[in-house]
Ligand binder design. Structure first.
Ligand code: HEM
Length: 328
């Protein structure tokens, strides 16, 4: 536990973190994917429909042949983010596919224009049956939720869900695969199972390195440093390196995960959050990252930046920045 600034404390102790998470539910406004959209909370059934649709799109994407691997060359994690968008959502027609495009999502004005264009997308808002899978015209199940929306609010929220779900997926998986490649650069051959590599990456360089809570009375009393009006930063990044839980905590050792049936039951390890607010997409993230890593390694992707140091900007997602080249 340490004071980060006048209003925020940082926590890396596993027991205290669990108590903080259990003290009150995550507020609607603290959620990232399911924070309110169109001026209203996201109803639970619409949230579960979104995650089901995303699951269908990831499963279908993993089975599809990947785009040409040269798309993985360049600046990571941007190159794989665009690559994943093309792979998974590239079959959606304009303007829907623009919802997921990086150049657009970075501009509020362009985003608003695209949102309007999608609202006028032929077939949207007709209240047609909700497609449960990749529809016959090849569009994604997430796009199907926009087309199947029954009223303007539902459509607005479906547009927001498409944008947030596709962005969270592609950014998160690109960050995870990039962090794994960075850690693998010095690993001796033969390589461990990629699944074990990814769990070890989630330990040492977890994309969700910090979970934030905006204060509240529920936390006062859990620790003398925590004030009712103060904010709390929970830090899996530090917890995952605590010598109380890990031998050689700073070493990249994928073999520690070999034969571990349920890595998330490991004490002091929470790459996808805690009970009560755990990630809804965790079962999609690791298989997709594994598929992406396989494509990268099969095509001889190599890191061209210096081998010891790389920038890691202080953002909500922890992602090592490096330049990569594709060999074969
Ligand atoms: C590498 C990718 C991802 C990582 C590392 C990750 C990690 C996490 C973590 C640590 C939490 C807990 C947050 C907290 O307690 O404050 C969380 C929650 C959540 N994640 Fe993910 N996530 C990833 C991708 C996704 C994707 C693609 C989606 C779906 C579109 C998603 C949906 C959610 C939802 C809905 C919650 C909140 C659960 C709730 O509010 O109760 N995540 N995620």
């Amino acid at each position: 536990m340490f004071r980060a600034d006048a209003t925020t404390v940082g926590v890396s102790d596993a027991h205290l973190m669990a108590e903080i998470v259990a003290a009150r539910p995550v507020r609607q406004t603290e959620r990232s994917v399911y924070k309110p959209a169109g001026g209203a909370d996201i109803p639970h059934d619409s949230a579960t429909r979104t995650i089901r649709a995303l699951g269908q799109d990831v499963t279908a994407g993993i089975r599809k042949p990947p785009p040409p691997a040269r798309g993985l060359a360049g600046a990571w994690p941007y190159a794989p983010t665009s690559y994943l968008r093309r792979w998974l959502f590239g079959s959606d027609p304009l303007p829907v596919s623009l919802l997921a495009k990086r150049g657009i999502t970075r501009s509020d004005t362009l985003s608003r224009l695209v949102d309007r264009a999608v609202t006028a997308w032929p077939g949207s808002g007709t209240g047609s049956a909700r497609p449960e899978s990749d529809s016959a015209d090849g569009t994604t199940a997430l796009a199907g939720l926009i087309r199947g929306a029954e009223n303007p609010l539902e459509r607005k929220q479906a547009v927001a869900m498409y944008r947030r779900a596709s962005a969270t997926l592609c950014d998160g998986v690109a960050a995870l695969a990039g962090n794994a490649l960075w850690l693998l650069r010095a690993a001796p051959e033969p390589r461990e199972e990629l699944t074990a590599v990814l769990w070890e990456t989630l330990r040492l360089l977890p994309p969700a390195w910090m979970l934030y809570r905006n204060g509240g009375d529920a936390y006062a009393g859990l620790h003398p440093e925590i004030r009712a009006e103060g904010n709390i930063a929970l830090l899996p990044l530090l917890m995952h390196r605590h010598p109380e839980h890990w031998s050689d905590p700073l070493e990249f050792r994928p073999e520690r995960w070999t034969g571990v049936a349920d890595p998330e039951k490991t004490p002091g390890f929470m790459p996808f959050g805690f009970d009560g607010a755990r990630c809804w997409a965790k079962h999609l993230v690791v298989p997709l990252a594994e598929r992406l890593l396989t494509v990268a390694l099969e095509h001889g992707l190599t890191i061209r930046s210096p081998r010891q140091d790389a920038p890691v900007p202080l953002r909500s997602l922890l992602a090592v920045r490096f330049e990569a080249a594709v060999g074969t």
